[in-house]
Ligand binder design. Structure first.
Ligand code: HEC
Length: 156
């Protein structure tokens, strides 16, 4: 191998390495954002489950527990989630997510649906501690806000 070739291949290795590092930084940031938003969704699911079990009568109504779950939903749905939805983190670009690419071409509508969830959660927070009837009445809009977004923007 002559010197020129050696230099060229050494350069290629260095360039290749730096590209790999850059890519893995980007991938890592995307995977972390996906994990964060899925964690937010899991918090929704857990707290909605507490309320749902009482609404269905599977669990005895407990005013304090109901109010705590509803307050959690109001807080978690009020987070600024902008950095959890980076470009390139849709299900057609990376594995491990069910977020449809349509999210990024309909961002205002996604924001509106997130806002609708927050409004329903705040309403639930005002109702859940009152009595079981109030909790049940606030359940429909709350569950509806979850499924409206999933129907449009979550695959499967
Ligand atoms: C503004 C849109 C939107 C709203 C509102 C919304 N979701 Fe989601 N949800 C999504 C999207 C998109 C995904 C897929 C996220 C991903 O895989 O990256 C998802 C995923 C999930 C998951 C799976 C999480 C995981 O670990 O993979 C659960 C559970 C969930 N949502 C529950 C809920 C519940 C319960 C509510 C209502 C209290 C809710 N979501 C409201 C858009 C929404």
């Amino acid at each position: 191998m002559n010197f020129k070739l050696l230099t060229a291949s050494a350069l290629a290795i260095v360039l290749g390495a730096s590209v790999t590092v850059a890519d893995s930084h980007a991938d890592k940031a995307i995977m972390e954002a996906i994990k964060a938003r899925q964690g937010q969704m899991q918090l929704y699911s857990h707290n909605l489950g507490v309320l749902g079990a009482m609404a269905k009568g599977d669990v005895a109504y407990d005013s304090a527990a109901a109010k705590a779950a509803a307050d959690n939903l109001a807080v978690v749905s009020g987070l600024n989630a902008m950095t959890m939805w980076p470009q390139g983190s849709d299900s057609s670009s990376v594995e491990g997510t069910r977020a449809k690419a349509e999210i990024w071409s309909n961002f205002p509508d996604v924001g509106a649906k997130a806002g609708a969830l927050n409004a329903a959660a705040v309403a639930m927070a005002g109702a859940a501690g009152t009595d079981l009837d109030a909790l049940r009445a606030a359940m429909g809009p709350l569950g509806g806000a979850c499924s409206a977004c999933h129907k449009a923007y979550r695959s499967r």
